[in-house]
Design a binder for this molecule. Structure first.
Ligand code: SF4
Length: 338
């Protein structure tokens, strides 16, 4: 069987199967999967911005962490940047779903940029919690991946009091002025299980540690992980659809592997190859929160064609949350002109 740990897209060949179709495969298709409310809102907002303002339209960081989505917008004239130095004065700039620091907002104002803010409201909520804790005099431990766009933005809310913690091994390195006045926050897309373990270790060192209410790990992250937790044990392989840059997609793959089921992260149907499915009778397909459904369906179709795979969608829970996309309500987009 293909070992998910060793998968590297650069090694892939085109997925043309010439195998005798001796056995059939069964696909469990997890629901919910793919786009969350924040990604839907961000993508719709950028669609409308392109239609309304045309090119060039600048976006600070990838609008969401998915290569298909980014390339589609790039082909339509959207320019993704990682620094405001790349943005001319006075143009239109969108902030991605991952949010930005106050410093970026201040610099945008200095450059007279017209800002469209597509930050996910659930990321904004963590920013608000960080500001409130800092104002109340807390030292804040931010559990997450240093350097991730979301973490950079949140740290920027109060860089003097926020420390990033990537793993439990780093707990001993934390230094706080008052162990009675300490709180933690997390990135929205972390592993629920691993984060619980880190928090338990943090509590051993800081018994007065204050927890965020509600949890910072968002509903979409939790639901997709729950799908893998419940369905992966029934499968020989888990296919996680998503880009390598997607934090929540990588967490889904790791979760499956931690539970003992081999898992592969694939960006699209072009990354599949026959060897991945040797001895695979049941495969779970799920998708990270930034992976488009058309990519998932392309993979399902391919497996149906080449392995005569049968399909069963399993709904773990139903998601109804939607974030308001300004253009849909007939209002102006949220454009702020400084
Ligand atoms: S994964 Fe969660 S926090 Fe991130 S954009 Fe989606 S809903 Fe928002």
């Amino acid at each position: 069987m293909f070992d998910g740990y060793l998968f590297t897209p650069s090694l892939l060949h085109s997925f043309t199967l010439h195998l005798p179709l001796i056995t059939t495969m069964h696909i469990l298709l997890a629901a919910p999967r793919g786009f969350c409310a924040g990604v839907n809102m961000a993508i719709h907002t950028l669609h409308e911005a392109v239609a309304k303002y045309g090119s060039p339209l600048y976006v600070f960081h990838e609008i969401v962490h998915n290569n298909h989505v980014v390339e589609d917008f790039r082909s339509r004239g959207v320019i993704f940047v990682n620094s405001l130095d790349e943005v001319p004065n006075g143009v239109c700039l969108m902030y991605s779903a991952h949010g930005v620091s106050p410093e970026i907002r201040r610099m945008s104002a200095e450059k007279n940029l017209r800002i469209i803010d597509a930050t996910c409201p659930l990321v904004n909520r963590v920013h608000q919690q960080a500001r409130r804790l800092a104002a109340e005099g807390y030292s804040v431990i931010l559990i997450g991946h240093a350097g991730h766009d979301e973490i950079v933005g949140i740290v920027g809310e109060a860089p003097d009091v926020i420390q990033t913690l990537s793993c439990a091994e780093e707990i001993e390195t934390l230094r706080v002025p008052d162990a009675e006045k300490i709180a933690y926050l997390t990135q929205t897309t972390l592993s629920v299980d691993e984060t619980r373990e880190i928090i338990a270790r943090l509590l051993e060192r800081f018994p007065k540690l204050r927890s965020p209410v509600p949890s910072c790990i968002c509903y979409a992250t939790q639901n997709r992980q729950r799908g893998v937790r419940e369905l992966a044990p029934r499968c020989d392989l888990v296919l996680v659809v998503g880009s390598a840059s997607s934090s929540n997609s990588r967490r889904l793959k790791e979760l499956a592997v931690r539970q003992g089921t081999p898992a592969i992260l694939v960006d699209g149907v072009e990354e599949l190859r026959a060897e991945m499915f040797t001895d695979v009778k049941t495969v779970l397909i799920t998708a990270g929160a930034s992976a488009p459904e058309w990519v998932v369906q392309g993979i399902v179709k391919k497996l149906q064609e080449d392995f005569q795979a049968t399909l069963e969608e399993v709904e773990i829970c139903r998601e109804t949350l939607r974030f308001r996309v300004p253009i849909e309500s007939g209002e102006e987009m949220r454009v702020f002109v400084h």
